[in-house]
Design a protein around this ligand. Structure first.
Ligand SMILES: Nc1ncnc2c1ncn2[C@@H]1O[C@H](COP(=O)(O)OP(=O)(O)OP(=O)(O)O)[C@@H](O)[C@H]1O
Length: 240
């Protein structure tokens, strides 16, 4: 059985960011993209981060996901302080996060099953029968029970994104970081994909921080954080 998500009572929030500033580029091209920013995401919350292109949304996601080093301020993800963290700590933390990108990033040479299996291998779950059961179950959950042996080239863009969701969720990670998961999808498919994401993560009790430009899906959020020019403008609960 998948592990129960990590929600220790000693860690008050899934994500806690304090005084985060960040510079991108080097030399004369260097520029500050995040300015003294605070942000919190509670356990089990689905938070959408939005704002104009270039305002720093993806930079935040990559810092929270330990894909980039913290330069100034504090970033605590799943209770792990990332400011000054070693490479080993960052790699271990990444294994406990499910990542979903705008382009689905599937391996063309692997079937849907093979792609989802990678989601288990990076999380260190490799016991064979258990893994196969988890893969079968998650492909069924995303509506692709009959597509396990299909290669990405034979799948529609919406089906590929479902495989990417299955890959991110198969190990029941306590935190999902999603960067524009619907940007390549039409209205109907985009809606189906986020509804699925919301449903599965609620069932697993996972926390989601999602970057999106897509106004059509804001209603799935528990909270919407709006950014501009590297700063947070507001944090609001969407109207239902
Ligand atoms: N490697 C880099 N070197 C220099 N500047 C960079 C680099 N990567 C990103 N930037 C700049 O950092 C700023 C923030 O980028 P980021 O990708 O976080 O924005 P974003 O809000 O996610 O934008 P979008 O919605 O277009 O994806 C942008 O102005 C971008 O041009």
């Amino acid at each position: 059985m998948p592990e129960v998500p990590f929600t220790p009572v000693t860690v008050p929030r899934a994500i806690q960011v304090r005084g985060l500033s960040h510079r991108m580029g080097s030399g004369a091209a260097a520029r500050q993209v995040l300015f003294d920013l605070d942000l919190e995401v509670g356990w089990g919350e689905l938070v959408i981060l939005m704002g104009p292109s270039g305002c720093g949304k993806t930079t935040i996601l990559t810092l929270v996901g330990a894909l980039r080093s913290v330069q100034a301020g504090s970033v605590q993800t799943l209770g792990v302080e990332l400011a000054g963290a070693s490479q080993a700590t960052r790699i271990a933390l990444r294994r406990r996060i499910g990542f979903i990108y705008q382009a689905h990033n599937l391996h063309a040479s692997l079937t849907a099953c093979g792609n989802v299996r990678m989601g288990l291998e990076v999380h260190g779950i490799d016991r064979l029968q258990e893994a196969e059961d988890q893969i079968t179950a998650i492909l069924r959950d995303v509506g692709l029970a009959d597509y396990g042996r299909s290669y990405p080239a034979r799948l529609s863009v919406g089906q590929k994104q479902r495989v990417a969701i299955a890959r991110a969720l198969v190990a029941c990670p306590p935190l999902i970081l999603a960067d524009e998961p619907t940007s390549a999808l039409d209205r109907t498919t985009g809606r189906q994909v986020v509804d699925l994401l919301q449903d599965l993560t609620r069932r697993q009790g996972s926390t989601i921080l999602m970057v999106t430009h897509d106004n059509r899906i804001l209603d799935i959020a528990d909270r919407i954080i709006e950014m501009e020019d590297g700063r947070i403008l507001s944090s609001t609960v969407p109207k239902t």
